[in-house]
Ligand binder design. Structure first.
Ligand SMILES: Cc1cc2nc3c(=O)[nH]c(=O)nc-3n(C[C@H](O)[C@H](O)[C@H](O)COP(=O)(O)OP(=O)(O)OC[C@H]3O[C@@H](n4cnc5c(N)ncnc54)[C@H](O)[C@@H]3O)c2cc1C
Length: 306
């Protein structure tokens, strides 16, 4: 039985928005990628756990995603179900009796809205995130960071759906954070994150957010579809600098180009395919190894079939 047919039979009768044979190029920020057998818009925790149960029982792969701003889907597409967490988007601010300030955010909430809410309540701690286009779930899963801070600095709890379909909450000290990756139990789906912030000065917070956004506008090639940093930085040496040193700034494969503005970004100049992007990534990695003896590791997550 073909993947697409099998999945539609398995999910037949389930409530919610399900798109079969969905072009992922319409959803990834880089605007590349083949079709997913199914893309399911998750709108409640109950629906999510039912979907996961059904998919698991039928041995169909699934992957939770947020805003797909750090994912490349290969041109052969994804065999299985992409679980788009965008319907789980509640955010609330809470002040505890002992004077603690927290924002609780569901996984699909846009990080930009969380940063905005923190500014409204004059809370400091999230200014570094301003301009990161991810969802809260994606940002926590990636341990996203910028300007010397990481989301781990403010996360106090993460609730997730574990492999056995149970909801559980992990405290900060039970979670292992590393550079651009949070180590969670296998196949865990992040549902909620609790962020601890501090009361700050309204003007200082707003100014910092503005400065960070301006720095991004200056340094990042935001006029073209992209997926943020392609490679992880090395201690003391940004990946972009290494790519410049090996002379690949501006290099193209088809319509995929190493940005002329920031060499750790690959931009889609129009009709780039995932194959073009991955060829460019391969070329950079090979040249960095050959010419500098450096093993560059991708920060972007690559999924799907060739
Ligand atoms: C212009 C631009 C600038 C960027 N700047 C930065 C930056 O400064 N710093 C930085 O760190 N990143 C940056 N990024 C990359 C990206 O925005 C971050 O990595 C972000 O954390 C990804 O969030 P997302 O919701 O888009 O995740 P996705 O791309 O959808 O997913 C990323 C990974 O997280 C997993 N995931 C997503 N949601 C869940 C969930 N609920 N449960 C379990 N796993 C999940 C996915 O399976 C996937 O493996 C930038 C990207 C762009 C396009």
């Amino acid at each position: 039985m073909g993947g697409k047919k099998k999945i539609s039979e398995v999910l037949g009768g389930m409530h919610g928005k399900i798109f079969y044979d969905e072009p992922m190029s319409q959803h990834t920020s880089l605007r590349v990628g083949g079709n997913a057998d199914a893309l399911i818009v998750i709108d409640s925790e109950e629906q999510l756990s039912q979907m996961v149960r059904k998919l698991k029982a039928a041995e169909i792969n699934y992957l939770p995603v947020g805003n797909l701003t750090n994912v490349i889907v290969r041109d052969g597409g994804y065999r299985g179900a992409i679980l788009l967490m965008s319907g789980l988007k509640e955010i609330d601010y809470q002040q505890t009796p002992d004077g603690g300030h927290f924002i609780n955010a569901q996984a699909g909430a846009a990080l930009a809205l969380v940063v905005g809410l923190s500014a409204v309540h004059e809370l400091t701690g999230l200014e570094f995130c301003a301009g990161i286009p991810g969802s809260v779930g994606g940002v926590v899963w990636m341990n996203a960071g910028a300007f010397g801070s990481e989301i781990k600095d403010v996360v106090t709890e993460v609730s997730l759906l574990d492999l056995s379909g149970q909801k559980r909450t992990l405290l900060r000290e039970e979670i292992e954070f590393s550079y651009r990756r949070t180590v969670l139990p296998g196949e865990a789906i992040i549902l909620n994150s609790r962020l601890k912030l501090e009361k700050g000065d309204r003007e200082q917070i707003r100014t910092k957010i503005k400065e960070n956004m301006q720095a991004r506008q200056r340094k990042h090639p935001l006029a073209f579809p992209n997926a943020g940093s392609i490679f992880k930085n090395l201690p003391g040496e940004p990946a972009g600098q290494i790519i410049e040193k090996i002379g690949l700034k501006g290099q193209s494969c088809g319509d995929a180009q190493v940005s002329t503005l920031h060499a750790n970004f690959i931009v889609n100049k129009g009709k780039a395919t995932a194959t073009d992007v991955l060829a460019l990534i391969g070329l950079i990695a090979d040249r960095a190894k050959k010419e500098k003896g450096i093993d560059l590791e991708t920060e972007v997550i690559v999924i799907g079939e060739n």
